[in-house]
Design a binder for this molecule. Structure first.
Ligand SMILES: Cc1cc2nc3c(=O)[nH]c(=O)nc-3n(C[C@H](O)[C@H](O)[C@H](O)COP(=O)(O)OP(=O)(O)OC[C@H]3O[C@@H](n4cnc5c(N)ncnc54)[C@H](O)[C@@H]3O)c2cc1C
Length: 219
């Protein structure tokens, strides 16, 4: 596989998710951003990772068909959201139709991860911007499984993650609603951890779980 250089690779996880022999691992670099690494001895050179990589397959430029401006009229939800709270309205519609919603949330260690919910209450954890590169983990595969099973799926994330998901899926699904956000880029999880350990712990009691050792992070 040709791994695109770091000025192109966004760490979207598509190659990790698509590899049929699981020879791609996602590891943090010195700056704390997650990038793919190939375990060459396991690689069968099938070429699938190169075929679906959004950085290597940019596609044609597309323009919006329509542009709308809208906001959630529920002031409580809007206050808990980072902008107009439209994410929650879209997500509630999907949940009410029996669907599944994927988004970014904090886990118990205050890391930002992608996860899914099937309940309205579960949406609260996804509301609000987390200015850190989230870990996609196995959520592309989980989303595909729900799509194949005929469930409606809303997958929200950064534009790079949505490009990664769509390339990973390799086909259009009518039951998929992909929602990306206006994004200037993601700060490094290492910087976020530094903030947590150096700043937040100065003001709060120590957390029960403190397992910050991600130099060899594999999702
Ligand atoms: C990394 C990042 C960069 C951004 N850059 C810009 C910018 O340059 N200019 C600008 O105007 N606005 C920027 N935003 C703000 C963003 O566009 C608004 O948060 C979003 O439009 C809020 O919409 P909302 O109120 O409907 O949803 P909210 O409920 O506030 O947002 C929640 C949604 O954001 C997703 N999300 C939150 N954090 C992450 C994350 N780390 N990775 C992936 N998905 C995440 C959740 O899955 C959920 O779908 C950025 C947000 C993020 C997370």
């Amino acid at each position: 596989m040709i791994v695109p250089d770091k000025t192109q690779c966004t760490g979207c996880h598509a190659c990790y998710a698509v590899c049929p022999v699981c020879c791609i691992v996602m590891r943090e670099d010195a700056e704390g951003f997650v990038y793919p690494e190939i375990e060459i001895e396991k690689c069968t050179k099938c070429g699938l990772c190169e075929k679906i990589c959004p950085a290597l397959n940019q596609g044609n430029e597309r323009r919006p068909l329509h542009v709308y401006a809208a906001k959630n009229t529920n002031e409580t939800i809007r206050a808990a959201s980072s902008s107009g709270g439209i994410f929650t309205l879209l997500a509630e519609t999907i949940i009410n139709e029996g669907g599944v919603v994927f988004g970014a949330r904090f886990n118990e260690q205050w890391e930002v991860i992608h996860d899914y919910t099937e309940t309205i209450d579960g949406l609260a954890a996804f509301r609000g911007s987390k200015y850190v590169q989230s870990r996609i983990g196995d959520t592309y595969t989980q989303a595909r499984d729900f799509l194949v099973a005929g469930r409606r799926v809303l997958f929200s994330g950064t534009p790079c993650q949505i490009a990664g998901l769509k390339n990973f899926l390799q086909k259009d699904y009518e039951n998929l609603l992909a929602v990306d956000l206006v994004c200037h880029g993601v700060p490094s999880p290492a910087v976020w951890r530094k903030y947590l350990t150096e700043v937040v712990e100065t003001f709060t009691p120590p957390r029960k779980t403190k397992t910050f050792n991600y130099t060899n992070y594999v999702p």
